[in-house]
Design a protein around this ligand. Structure first.
Ligand SMILES: Cc1cc2nc3c(=O)[nH]c(=O)nc-3n(C[C@H](O)[C@H](O)[C@H](O)COP(=O)(O)OP(=O)(O)OC[C@H]3O[C@@H](n4cnc5c(N)ncnc54)[C@H](O)[C@@H]3O)c2cc1C
Length: 317
């Protein structure tokens, strides 16, 4: 703690999902002083289980996070519950984050691992079903939905690929084509050979009489029976924090980084879904690991430069 009462760290990580915690684990094991500030809402918290994470297959998301928090804390990482509201990164000297409750933490480098918010389809009942039987990813939920009647909400060209992928899970798949999308003849041909039924009509609601999805209800009252529906949610990675810092963004609104994970703002890094909505748990962790190694190399460069610049005792004869 410095004279102003501010705790001081080599690295402050904003966001303690898998990307932020992996960053902290690597740097904590590297004997760096690290704090992770986390608001506690990882993207997959609506899902009952994490799939495709080797060694932890089927673990509830909160248990996985709790486990990695425990591991990081074991290497001296400071875990702070809260929300980073703003950050200042001067050209030289320590930067500072301010939390919503007014606490301040000083840092040499800042990592943004704040994830993203899924923008789910505007259907009655969607919020309650999200992550349960309204699903975004056949890799995350495919096995569990196999051989059941499935639907795919066709909102974009990429929904056609999603429907083809889902057709490898079940013989009963319906693509519900939404207004504005019209699959071309080639796409219709592919859907047909893969056994995907095509229905056109705006979806209005999800019908789940016994807290389990039974059908997608269309505006005209027709129902498409299904036990799970896949969709392509929008991704919103925006935050006042990122705006404040002035980080360059990708076209989809995520934070632009170079191949090492550095953003356009000096001493600010980004990992996980904050930088790429397609990263799954294992790839968000892998991405964060790689970024943490690059960041530690920069910290080492700074350490060496500082010692070289400091007055030194003449070497003993
Ligand atoms: C329903 C659903 C199910 C999924 N299932 C799987 C699956 O089975 N397998 C799989 O591999 N992937 C799955 N995913 C994808 C998975 O959720 C992401 O890959 C993963 O969460 C990315 O981790 P992250 O650390 O980048 O972001 P997150 O996990 O979203 O973590 C970001 C953290 O930062 C916090 N935060 C945000 N802003 C701030 C701030 N300003 N200050 C402090 N903290 C902040 C958030 O509260 C959150 O805790 C699923 C996604 C969804 C939507």
């Amino acid at each position: 703690m410095d004279d102003t009462g501010t705790d001081s760290y080599d690295v402050v990580v904003a966001g303690g999902g898998i990307a932020g915690l992996t960053t902290a684990l690597v740097l904590g094991r590297g004997r760096r002083r690290v704090a992770v500030v986390d608001a506690g809402s990882p993207r997959n918290s609506a899902a009952g289980h994490v799939h495709g994470y080797p060694g932890r297959e089927g673990m509830p998301p909160r248990d996985l996070i709790a486990e990695v928090r425990r591991e990081a804390a074991g290497y001296g990482v400071q875990l702070v519950r809260g929300t980073v509201a703003s950050a200042q990164v001067p050209d030289a000297g320590p930067g500072e984050v301010r939390l919503e409750d007014g606490r301040r933490l000083a840092f040499r480098h800042l990592v943004l691992a704040t994830g993203l918010r899924d923008v789910i389809p505007d259907l009655a009942g969607a919020a309650e079903r999200w992550g349960r039987d309204l699903l975004q990813c056949p890799y995350c939920h495919g096995w569990e939905t196999a051989d059941r009647p499935l639907a795919v909400l066709g909102t974009a060209e990429s929904s056609i690929q999603q429907a083809l992928l889902v057709s490898t899970l079940s013989d009963d798949v319906t693509l519900i084509v939404q207004p504005g999308l019209e699959p071309d003849a080639e796409a219709l041909d592919k859907l047909q050979v893969m056994g995907v039924d095509v229905v056109r009509g705006a979806a209005r609601a999800l019908k789940a009489p016994n807290d389990a999805l039974a059908a997608v209800v269309l505006e005209d009252g027709r129902e498409v029976p299904c036990e799970a529906v896949f969709c392509e949610p929008g991704a919103d990675a925006s935050s006042a924090l990122v705006e404040d810092l002035g980080c360059a963004l990708n076209e989809d609104g995520t934070i632009d980084t170079n191949s090492l994970g550095a953003t356009s703002v000096s001493r600010v890094w980004a990992a996980g879904n904050a930088a790429d909505p397609a990263r799954q748990v294992v790839t968000a962790a892998g991405d964060a690991y790689r970024m943490a190694v690059s960041l530690n190399a920069i910290l080492l460069q700074e350490d060496v430069a500082e010692r070289l610049a400091a007055p030194r005792q003449p070497a003993a004869p």
